[in-house]
Design a protein around this ligand. Structure first.
Ligand code: SF4
Length: 225
């Protein structure tokens, strides 16, 4: 039985996750770009993408109870919460955290690398799922069983590191046409110019959304922004 809004079941409240940082910023990506958002960055990731911009979340971190996170979020003054990483779903209690944040009334999204089963996530959560291109070095980890689980509240994200990556991503989109969620193509920050990616998408009449990482345009690559 679900707890009342703002309350947690005692067992869930005491569950713990390892956290690298919690901060208040502007959501830079995907469906909720532009919204002031509370970010909960969980520690650890089993992947090693070549372009990873959050390697500082691979280790370290601090244990927080779910209750502590929900109470801390309430002091930060935003309606949106993004649970990110690292790879949030690598922590077994992540689904409990997501459910608790939904119960507390937040608009919740999850950013996941796409190697883990997304069926464990509360249906109220928007799941932003990566499809790793060959340029990431982790293409073999894509869990394609997730694709039929997507709905219109979710999104796919592909980071493009080169023209070859773009062509792979284009073929992926065409092969999997008809998915119910938007698909975002994002240029790897140092590898592909946004204008080139825009021209490629237009030339191919590709039905995807170009995404620039708004937080990096605003603050560069500073952690915690
Ligand atoms: S899945 Fe995300 S956090 Fe993990 S290595 Fe890749 S980019 Fe970094």
């Amino acid at each position: 039985m679900a707890a009342s809004p703002g309350e947690l079941r005692s067992s869930d409240a005491a569950a713990r996750v390892k956290v690298t940082e919690i901060f208040h910023s502007i959501q830079g990506e995907a469906l909720f770009a532009g919204w002031p958002t509370i970010f909960v960055r969980l520690t650890g990731c089993p992947l090693r993408c070549r372009y990873c911009d959050s390697t500082y979340a691979f280790g370290g971190g601090t244990w927080w109870t779910i209750d502590e996170i929900v109470r801390h979020a309430s002091t930060l003054g935003a309606r949106h919460v993004c649970v990110t990483g690292g790879e949030p779903l690598a922590q077994p209690r992540c689904p409990v955290l997501l459910e608790a944040l939904c119960d507390a009334g937040y608009i919740v999204c999850l950013e996941t690398g796409g190697a883990h089963d997304i069926s464990v996530v509360d249906p109220r959560v928007s799941r932003i799922v990566d499809i790793k291109t060959p340029g990431s070095g982790e293409c073999a980890r894509n869990r394609l069983e997730n694709l039929p689980l997507l709905n219109s509240n979710d999104a796919l994200k592909l980071v493009i590191t080169s023209r070859d990556d773009y062509e792979w991503a284009r073929d992926f989109v065409r092969t999997h046409a008809g998915l119910p969620c938007p698909i975002f193509f994002s240029p790897s920050w140092h590898d592909v110019s946004p204008r080139d990616l825009a021209e490629w998408i237009l030339a191919d009449r590709l039905d995807v959304r170009l995404q620039l990482q708004l937080h990096k345009l605003l603050w560069g690559e500073a952690p915690g922004r």
